[in-house]
Design a protein around this ligand. Structure first.
Ligand SMILES: Cc1cc2nc3c(=O)[nH]c(=O)nc-3n(C[C@H](O)[C@H](O)[C@H](O)COP(=O)(O)OP(=O)(O)OC[C@H]3O[C@@H](n4cnc5c(N)ncnc54)[C@H](O)[C@@H]3O)c2cc1C
Length: 644
């Protein structure tokens, strides 16, 4: 079972010195030689755009692909709350070590220490770099950058641009990339979807894309391929992710040999606008930053049907403050989500009958303390978004929120150099499994994506290029032809006429999503996972024989785009459930109902599960093989996570 030796290439030496020593040991590419290398970057979000800008600046030829019409529409643009960095501007006790510690603990001790330490070390550089690029972070009156608090930390280390931090950071990275476009070193190919990876002699050498406007299938060759293609929370159909986010790029690379790590580690975010009906297609996040000032509560009495403003203080249960007095409303997301579910399961939820799947997030006290204008300055755009969706005014009445799928900690397995198990295939940002363990703390995805792109890949990719010998090939190579044929066959199969009674792609996706949410979502158990593992192949067959894809291949065809992505979700969902089944413990967002403390908290089993599960694809219909990277904790002692 654990045959393949996974070498994470963690440098030796004390954790504080690992990255510096490693950077010195990595080979460089002479500036005059860099233009001889072609690098493919798939994805133009924070991870991809920052990587492309940095690699272009160094002098490589970079091709960037994205499926949107502009790189600026990558999903990173949606990030609201902020980005962490250990600057200690607040003088409240922050340090690189504390950010490292909080992140390892927040991830419930299922992340690699050395990577997390590097992330914390790089975090201050990210802020300096972004400020230099012109990112308008919020500032205090005297001009210094402001900070706010996010979950899982008792210091304020989150830098932000109102509720639009991702947008401003992405514009910064895009501007940096645009400079390289003007210099001729970066070429952006928008409206292109990577449909497969081409591996030649064991090395990642290219990709097959579909031009989404004309339907043309294209071959692209490079000396290395960098995937920065984001996360897969849309496997649940309803999530806070943009509708087009999908798993295709990473899953296809997995099928070509890249191990997939911890696919079951998904994050359910506690503060989302609750789902309102069967035909909803998307959920909306209310940023975690709101928990700086908002207080979460439910009526003490489950039968209390009064409007929230009419329920007196003494009859409210501020259950997070009660259960976790030291972190209160700022407990990590997995803890807050589970607590909300527990209240709703016990019948104390609020919102439409009969489900009542909601809890209050109340700003009345903060408005009383700071005044409406201050609260508007901090969260105005989020309040406006909430009011547009629900027609309730959060300045007057509490928001109603409920947990929803949001982020995926799982991803392609990468070593310390961010290289997957396919030489030459690097994976950055949400697409890799790297730094967040079993639960990601708020404001740390932007930090990780930008650390990967601006500060890690420029060094580690150079080392790979400098050490690698390349066969002189072009896109006429048989491997390109073979992969292209397979891509065309998959598209033809989706477009082929289907049996009577077939339905559109979304119909099947909704069913898959419901199944995954019910059995591989916020809570999981052995019986449910086993049933789901039987149900998915049946549903997948129904999809294969029933999905109706209108239109043709050589034109703009969004039904075809969706159908391909959903087909990959169907295969991938099985891997998620298998991973969730095999991990017989609870940790972070992976909550197995069989393994919990008397107080309903996640109960880890460090003796048997302090490892990364990395899955190897073994062929259609074959059981994937699990490999394990054992995690060693030298600096953060393994303890029961407590936020009390
Ligand atoms: C609503 C919301 C709010 C958030 N707020 C925060 C926050 O405040 N702080 C924080 O730290 N994190 C936040 N996150 C998480 C964070 O935004 C994401 O994890 C991060 O932006 C992901 O960046 P990325 O570069 O890895 O991927 P993305 O930004 O998702 O970019 C993926 C790119 O890959 C391209 N792509 C994907 N597949 C293909 C393919 N097959 N072919 C071609 N191109 C492809 C896409 O076109 C896109 O350009 C939030 C997430 C959501 C959903």
């Amino acid at each position: 079972m654990h045959g393949m030796q996974l070498d994470a290439k963690i440098p030796s030496g004390p954790i504080e010195a690992k990255w510096d020593q490693h950077r010195f040991a990595l080979k460089l590419v002479n500036p005059a030689n860099r233009r001889k290398y072609d690098v493919i970057v798939v994805g133009s979000g924070l991870a991809g755009a920052s990587a492309a800008a940095s690699l272009g600046e160094l002098g490589y030829n970079v091709k960037v692909f994205c499926f949107q019409d502009s790189p600026r529409r990558a999903h990173s643009i949606a990030a609201q709350g902020g980005i962490n960095a250990a600057k200690n501007y607040q003088n409240d006790g922050d340090s690189v070590f504390r950010l490292f510690y909080d992140t390892v603990k927040g991830g419930d001790y299922r992340a690699r220490e050395a990577n997390v330490y590097r992330l914390a070390q790089l975090s201050p550089l990210i802020i300096d770099h972004c400020v230099a690029l012109g990112v308008p972070f919020a500032r205090e009156y005297g001009g210094v950058l402001s900070n706010r608090s996010f979950g899982g930390a008792q210091v304020a280390r989150t830098f932000y641009s109102r509720g639009q931090t991702g947008q401003q950071l992405l514009l910064g990275a895009y501007a940096a990339m645009s400079r390289q476009i003007a210099e001729g070193r970066v070429q952006v190919l928008p409206r292109r979807e990577m449909l497969d990876l081409v591996v030649v002699d064991g090395q990642a050498r290219g990709i097959i894309t579909r031009d989404l406007v004309h339907g043309t299938i294209e071959r692209h060759l490079g000396h290395a391929v960098v995937l920065a293609t984001g996360g897969y929370a849309n496997v649940y159909y309803l999530s806070t992710n943009a509708k087009a986010c999908n798993v295709t790029a990473t899953y296809r690379a997995h099928r070509r040999g890249a191990l997939f790590a911890n696919p079951c580690f998904t994050q359910i975010h506690p503060t989302c606008v609750p789902a309102s009906g069967e035909y909803q297609s998307k959920l909306t996040l209310m940023s975690e930053s709101l928990r700086n000032d908002g207080r979460v509560w439910v009526p003490r009495d489950a039968s209390d049907k009064r409007a929230p403003e009419q329920i007196p203080e003494a009859e409210r249960d501020y259950y997070l403050e009660r259960r976790y007095p030291s972190f209160g409303n700022l407990v990590p997301r997995d803890v807050a989500s589970r607590a909300a579910k527990a209240e709703c399961d016990a019948g104390r939820g609020v919102g439409p009958e009969p489900e009542r799947r909601g809890v209050y997030l109340d700003f009345a006290e903060a408005i009383g303390r700071h005044g409406r204008e201050t609260i508007r300055d901090r969260y105005g755009n989020l309040f406006e978004m909430y009011e547009r969706i629900t027609a309730d005014d959060p300045y007057r009445t509490p928001m109603k929120i409920y947990p929803a799928p949001h982020y995926t900690m799982g991803g392609l397995w990468v070593d310390y150099n961010l290289m997957s198990t396919i030489p030459g295939l690097f994976v950055l940002g949400e697409a890799n499994f790297s730094d967040h363990g079993a639960n990601r703390l708020g404001a740390s995805a932007l930090m990780q994506g930008l650390a990967d792109g601006y500060f890690v890949i420029p060094y580690t990719l150079a080392d790979y290029l400098a050490r690698t010998r390349y066969a002189a090939i072009d896109t006429q190579h048989a491997a390109f032809a073979q992969v292209e044929t397979e891509v065309r066959q998959r598209l033809d199969a989706l477009l082929a006429p289907k049996q009577q009674g077939g339905r559109n792609p979304d119909h099947y996706h909704r069913q898959l999503g419901r199944l995954m949410w019910d059995h591989c979502g916020m809570a999981r158990n052995e019986a449910g996972l086993k049933r789901t593992l039987e149900a998915i192949p049946r549903l997948r067959e129904e999809y294969r024989h029933g999905v109706n894809v209108t239109g043709g291949p050589e034109q703009l065809n969004q039904a075809l785009e969706r159908a391909g992505r959903i087909a990959d979700f169907f295969e991938f969902a099985e891997l998620m459930c298998l991973d969730a089944l095999e991990r017989r413990e609870s940790c972070g967002g992976h909550f197995r109902e069989e393994y919990q403390t008397a107080e309903g908290e996640a109960l880890r089993d460090d003796e048997h599960f302090a490892h990364v599960s990395a899955w190897e694809y073994r062929g259609e219909g074959e059981r994937p093989v699990e490999h394990r990277e054992l995690l060693r904790f030298e600096r953060v002692p393994l303890t029961q996570r407590s936020y009390k």
